[in-house]
Design a protein around this ligand. Structure first.
Ligand SMILES: [Zn+2]
Length: 95
C-alpha cells in the first residue's frame, strides 16, 4: 500500500512538473511574440504621450492622429487627436 501511495505521489509530481514546464514555455513564447508586437502596437514607457485636443485623452504619439500641416490653425501646432471623429469635431469648432 505504501508503494502504491508513493507511486501515485510520484505520478502527480511528474504531471505537475510537466504542467509547469508547459506553462513556462508558453509564457516564454508569449513574451517573445509579445515583445515583437509591442514594438509596433503598444506604447513603450519611453514613448512620448500626447493629449487629444478634443477630449483630453492621453495617448502615445504613434497612436494619435496628428493635425495635417495644411489644417494647422493659427499658431496651434503639436495638436493630436485620439480619433478621426475628434479631429473633425475640433476642426469644426476652430475654423
Ligand atoms: Zn479625443
Amino acid at each position: 500500500m505504501k508503494t502504491l501511495l508513493l507511486f501515485v505521489v510520484a505520478f502527480f509530481a511528474y504531471l505537475l512538473v510537466r504542467f509547469i514546464m508547459k506553462r513556462v514555455n508558453e509564457i516564454r513564447q508569449d513574451a517573445l511574440s509579445g515583445n515583437a508586437q509591442e514594438h509596433r502596437t503598444t506604447p513603450e514607457e519611453a514613448e512620448r504621450m500626447v493629449t487629444c485636443a478634443e477630449c483630453g485623452l492621453r495617448l502615445p504619439e504613434s497612436e494619435a492622429i496628428p493635425l495635417d500641416p495644411s489644417e494647422t490653425i493659427g499658431t496651434a501646432h503639436n495638436i493630436a487627436f485620439c480619433s478621426q471623429e475628434h479631429k473633425q469635431q475640433y476642426l469644426k469648432k476652430h475654423s
